[in-house]
Design a protein around this ligand. Structure first.
Ligand code: SER
Length: 341
């Protein structure tokens, strides 16, 4: 039986998965396999060769995938985000780390079976950073990939460790085995800042105050922002995040000097986000009611990232600055969305 090249997307129903599947479908190059605990919506499902409802911790399901499809690329997006992970750290470890190991093992098996490389795209996060104090945060230059990597959250620890696992699989797999074998896994990771989508609101993250504030204003709902007005972390518009994943996937392997790349677009304070939101939705009722513990997490993330490595190696360049994000992406799409609802 001949099998067409497939790309597997885990976390397919999530914020990034949705947009990514639509973008991948435009390539007309792969059969798309969508995997998530929740089925994808029908519009997204129509772009997929198979929609699988299941758990990345279910080894039977993964074995079935290996036997049925020829997988050449994996976008492993499934994860428990940072706030949610603090309530159930052991579950977070299972999903975020054991889940990733399962997918890396699947990638090795797939590479063995079809003899080609498996490109493994892994979204990491600003949560891998842990800046020790607000004084150091204010004094720091835009942060490079190797700086301040002592995260305070379970999610951050999970992501940082999985970056290392991926690098191990890509570069050092079974280095002492009698016959040195390459894993066949081409691991490529992006450290995303907070992401803002016009079409979905995230669940369980700590950068969620930005999208929550804007969506609440569009719906005419009051919003109590859980961080201080002067809180500053990097953000990016969802279309740029998806473009970045696609660009990193397409980059020639010999152009990549590392397995992990910072990407960023802008670093507004929560107060600046509120000002832009009020300008677009004059009735917005936003107040600041910091939750000291979630604030602590945001305070430990850098104010700005240095993404020179991504710009140099594979030409990363976001299309949306903050103004364009609001004027051309968020405001028109969010207005249309809630007008319809
Ligand atoms: N948006 C994520 C979170 O807040 C960070 O990667 O958990």
């Amino acid at each position: 039986m001949s099998r067409k090249q497939a790309v597997l997307v885990t976390g397919a129903s999530g914020e990034v998965g949705n947009g990514l599947i639509h973008r991948l479908a435009k390539l007309h190059q792969y059969d798309i396999l969508a995997l998530d605990l929740r089925d994808v919506d029908d519009e997204t499902g129509a772009k997929c060769h198979a929609r699988l409802v299941g758990d990345i911790l279910d080894s039977r399901l993964l074995e079935r995938l290996v036997s049925e499809f020829e997988i050449h690329a994996i976008f492993h997006l499934a994860a428990l985000l940072s706030t949610r992970s603090e309530f159930t750290p052991e579950t977070a470890h299972e999903v975020n780390v054991t889940g990733t190991m399962n997918l890396l093992k699947l990638a090795v098996e797939q590479s063995r079976s079809h003899g080609g490389r498996v490109t493994f795209l892994f979204p990491s996060s600003i949560a891998v950073y842990g800046v020790p104090s607000l004084t150091e945060k204010a004094a720091a230059r835009p942060v490079l990939e190797h700086e301040f990597t002592e995260p305070t959250t379970m999610y951050g620890c999970n992501k940082l460790y999985c970056e290392h696992l991926g690098r191990y699989y890509a570069r050092h797999y079974r280095q002492l085995a009698a016959e040195t074998t390459k894993s066949g896994v081409d691991f490529r990771s992006l450290r995303f800042p907070g992401l803002i989508s016009a079409f979905t609101v995230p669940h369980g993250g700590t950068s969620d105050y930005a999208p929550e504030m804007i969506h609440a204003a569009a719906k005419g709902e009051a919003y109590a922002c859980f961080v201080r007005e002067d809180s500053r972390i990097p953000f990016m518009a969802m279309p740029d995040a998806i473009d970045a994943l696609m660009a990193l996937m397409a980059a020639p392997a010999d152009a990549l000097s590392a397995n992990v790349y910072n990407v960023t677009a802008y670093s507004p304070t929560a107060g600046e986000l509120a000002t832009l939101t009020r300008a677009a939705f004059p009735d917005a009722a936003i107040r600041f009611a910091p939750d000291l513990r979630r604030q602590g997490i945001v305070d430990s993330w850098p104010a700005e990232l240095d993404d020179t490595r991504a710009r140099r190696d594979w030409g990363f360049k976001p299309s949306y600055d903050l103004k364009r994000t609001f004027d051309e992406y968020l405001v028109p799409n969010i207005r249309a969305r809630y007008r319809k609802a």
